[in-house]
Structure formats: C-alpha cells, structure tokens
Design a protein around this ligand. Structure first.
Ligand SMILES: Cc1ncc(COP(=O)(O)O)c(C=O)c1O
Length: 483
C-alpha cells in the first residue's frame, strides 16, 4: 500500500479519515470553519501556494508589502500598536518577548507552572527566574489563578526583577485579575508580558474574559492556531505602549524563527483574522451559548463537574473562558485518562487533554450545534454508567513552599550530572525539572535542592498513578542530580 512506506503521513491521514469529533486544537477543526463559511477554496491548493519569498510575496523579517498590511490589519483587530506573525508558534513569541525586555543575569518573575517555553527562555537568555506559586483548586486539583497580591509581594521581595510574565488564561481556561496585575506591575516600573496562548479569541466577544492587551499588558503572545482558526504552529505576538522596544522584538524574532517561513501558514493567520473580523462575534455568540449549555447540563445532570462561573472569586480565579470545558470526573470514581479513553474508543470523540481527575475539551467557532449535543450525550452516557462514589482521595498536595535554590536553570544545565537512587537524593541539587500532573506545578527545578518532603510527595504521586513529567528515569527509581 502506498501509505505504508510513509508512516507519518499515514498516521495523520488515518486520524483525519477516522473522523473523530475533534474537541482539541487546532481551532479550525479539520478545516470545518472554512466549509461552514463556504471558504474552503481558500486553502484548497496548498502545495501550489507553498512558496518562498519570491517577488510579490513579502519577507517575514522585513515585511513591506502584503505581510506588513496583513500584520497591520491584525494589529487593528487585536488592539495592538504592532502585531507580528509567528511561524514557530507562541513558543517563539515567548522567547522573543522575554529576551526583548531583559539582559543576561536579570531576574524575571514567572509563574511556577509557566509553559516550558518560558523556562527555556530563561535558559537561553541566562535569566534568574523568580517563581510565583499559582493557587491550586481543591476540587479539580489543578493550578488555577494568580492573585494580584502575590504578584505585588513577589515584586517587593525582588525589586530588581525586570518583568513579570503571567499565563492567562491557563490550559484549563482560568483567568487571573489581569487588570489589577497590570496596574501593580506598572506601578513598580516593570513590564507585563502575557502568555495568552489559549486566549486569542478573547478580543472578539464581550462575554469572554477581557483580552490581555485591553487589560494593560505590554507584550502578548497568542496561539492563533489553538483557539482561533490558523494552521498549527502559526501564532501572533502583539505589543502596545511605550514600555516595549519594537526594534528589539524584531531582532529577537529574527533570532528565534526560521528563515524559510511557510507563507501558507502565515496566510492562514491573515485568514483567521479576516474571518473573526467579519463573522467572529456571531460565531462566538453560538460557541459561548452552546458551551455554556453543555457546562450547565453536565453540572445539573451528571456526576461530573465542569469548571464554571461558580468558582470565580476562589483560588485566584477572576474569570473563566466558557469555551474551555474542563471537566472533573473524580466524583464518579473515574480518572480523567479513563474518560478520555472511553470517549475515544466508544464514542469516537477526541478531547484535548486528560489528567488524573479531569478532561479538557476545546470548543471553537468552527463547531456547530451537533458537536455539542454529541459530546454531551457521550458524557451523560459515561456518567450514567458509573456508580455513586464516595472515596474522593485523588488529591495531590505538594509541599507548600518552594525548594531551596542553589542555581538558576541556565547555570544548572551546564553542570556535570549523575543519576542516584531516589531515596538517597534528599540534600542533593536536582538537574531535572519534575512536574506531577496534576497539579501541573513543578515540584523541583534544575538547580534546586531536593528535600525529603519532595521525594515523599513524588513517591505518593507514583503510587497513585499520577503522571510525573520531566524525569529521565521512567521507572522513577533514579533521579538526575548535579555532581
Ligand atoms: C500556556 C502555553 N503557553 C505557550 C504554549 C506554546 O504555544 P505554541 O504551541 O503555539 O508554541 C503552550 C502550548 O501548549 C501553552 O499551553
């Protein structure tokens, strides 16, 4: 068979042809939005359109024609002074925004559970990260919002930090009080960077949380491919106000992006912006209405709990993204991974992620009413097949303090390392970032001293079957330490 010798191509073709209901990114949902709006001719001949920077097609690193115009249109839509199209995902935007406001040796304040790209940026840029601990929700057992008071306290403890990075919303759709955070950050003369990877749609509807730019952020990186409609890997970086040096952003974006950008991907950003400008509000109206219908039905008629407006005001939660269906299944005695598997195998529905207690489904403007009803029916069916369950012991409580820091990650990664027995590791300095999921907050970073509390907690996570990411030894018997 033709495809048997092209295993990767076969895998994506098989997945597409399997027609699983995609409650995951990319937000265009297998091109569904383009069909829905009779725009499927736009990207019909992708191979024909795949080109390099020939005359008439602009240059990513010095745009002066159609790309410049497209970026200007995006800036107007998103409320930015300048917008930059990204080809290496929001990851590239996060690298560039962090590098543009710091120098090697500087401190930067970031959430302890920041995306790995932010941690990598501190390594690339040789920065000393100062961590803010997010609040953990006792019901879902995941990291939630960041309180403005925590940001202020951290700035006071580290007045020499150059900038503050906030992840808003989180993967689970939780927003912090960004406006207050922006006021605090600016009142101390610092720059506010926002990782809005999961919130590029916020600008387009009044019933969604306020966008980072309209909340006062200085630089914002967004994954247009996640919750809007562009191709996987295409994102945007926006800047606003006079705390940002546009030339530095230009410089660092050139450093972290490919010199052979796919213009088809870049053009898909232009198309996503066009569709949202023209139809975004009406489409989001539907998406929010149906997502809230699913949320309410789950909360009223199943044993599951879908993260809802009732959690606002707790655990640093200032708002929620209604289009993110984060569903806690532990009260039905199930694990998120089990529900994920049942949805996939029995109902041909694929969600974005699952952890020990939860599943997360992403709805976007590409989904029509049938999608929501099909998902809801499946969830109701799974819930009704479970018995009442009273043992709610799937709770992970990491140590409530940060480990002692010996080295910053950028210093730790260049040190000689060795593996030692996990039970003998307390007292040594870790060379690994270890993160149990949930709650998705690293318990140890490279350069931090391992304590007995941490090892006890990790062993407990292992016993409970919690996913522990970041350890080189999959058996979790040995840990990599600095010699
Ligand atoms: C919170 C967060 N920030 C940044 C990123 C990186 O985005 P991208 O995949 O567009 O590079 C992700 C990706 O999942 C993310 O979840």
């Amino acid at each position: 068979m033709l495809y048997d010798d092209m295993p990767l191509l076969k895998s994506i073709k098989d997945y597409a042809e399997g027609k699983a209901l995609p409650l995951h990114m990319p937000g265009h949902k297998r091109g569904e939005i383009y069909k829905k709006l009779n725009l499927d001719m736009l990207f019909e001949n992708i191979m024909e359109m795949d080109t390099t920077e020939v005359p008439g097609v602009d240059n990513l690193f010095c745009p002066e024609g159609p790309l410049l115009k497209a970026q200007e249109l995006a800036a107007a839509s998103f409320g930015a002074d300048n917008s930059f199209f990204l080809i290496n995902g929001t990851t590239a935007g996060i690298y560039a925004m962090i590098m543009s406001v710091t120098k090697p040796g500087d401190k930067i304040i970031i959430p302890r559970n920041a995306h790995r790209s932010a941690i990598s940026a501190t390594i690339l840029a040789k920065l000393h990260p100062v961590y803010i601990l997010p609040e953990v929700d006792e019901k879902m057992d995941v990291a939630m919002g960041i309180r403005p008071e925590t940001v202020e306290r951290t700035i006071k403890e580290h007045p020499d930090a150059k900038a503050v990075l906030i992840t808003n919303p989180t993967y689970y759709g939780v927003c912090s009080d960004l406006e207050r955070i922006a006021d605090i950050v600016h009142s101390y003369g610092k720059v506010l960077l926002v990782d809005e990877a999961h919130g590029s749609h916020f600008t387009f509807h009044k019933n969604l949380p306020k966008s980072a730019l309209s909340s006062g952020a200085d630089i914002v990186a967004q994954s247009t491919h996640k919750t809007l409609l562009s191709m996987t890997g295409s994102s945007m970086l926006h800047i606003k106000g006079d705390r940002v040096d546009k030339e530095k952003i230009d410089f660092f974006l050139q450093m972290v992006q490919t010199t052979s950008p796919s213009h088809v991907m870049l053009a898909s950003l232009d198309a996503a912006r066009y569709i949202m400008d023209k139809y975004g509000y009406i489409l989001l109206d539907e998406c929010i209405k149906y997502s809230n219908m699913v949320r309410d039905e789950i909360n009223q008629n199943t044993k599951f709990y879908c993260l809802s407006y009732d959690r606002i005001g707790r655990n640093g939660i200032f708002g929620i993204d209604p289009t993110r269906l984060s569903i806690c299944v532990k009260d039905a005695g199930l694990k998120g991974s089990e529900v994920d598997r049942i949805l996939s195998k029995k109902h041909n529905i694929q969600v974005e992620l699952s952890d020990l207690n939860n599943i997360v489904a992403i709805t976007t403007v590409a989904d029509d009413d049938k999608v929501y009803y099909r998902f809801l029916e499946a969830i109701i069916a799974i819930s009704s097949e479970t018995k009442e369950f009273s043992d709610k012991t799937f709770v992970t409580k990491p140590p409530e303090y940060l480990p002692e820091k010996e080295l910053s990650p950028f210093e730790a990664v260049y040190k000689k390392t060795e593996f030692i027995d996990i039970n003998k590791s307390p007292g040594f300095v870790s060379a690994e970032m270890i993160m149990p999921y949930p709650p998705g907050i690293p318990v140890i970073m490279p350069g931090e001293r391992i304590s007995k509390d941490i090892i006890d907690f990790l062993l407990q996570c292992k016993d409970m079957g919690i996913l522990i990411s970041g350890m080189a030894d999959p058996e979790f018997n040995k840990i990599k330490i600095i010699k």
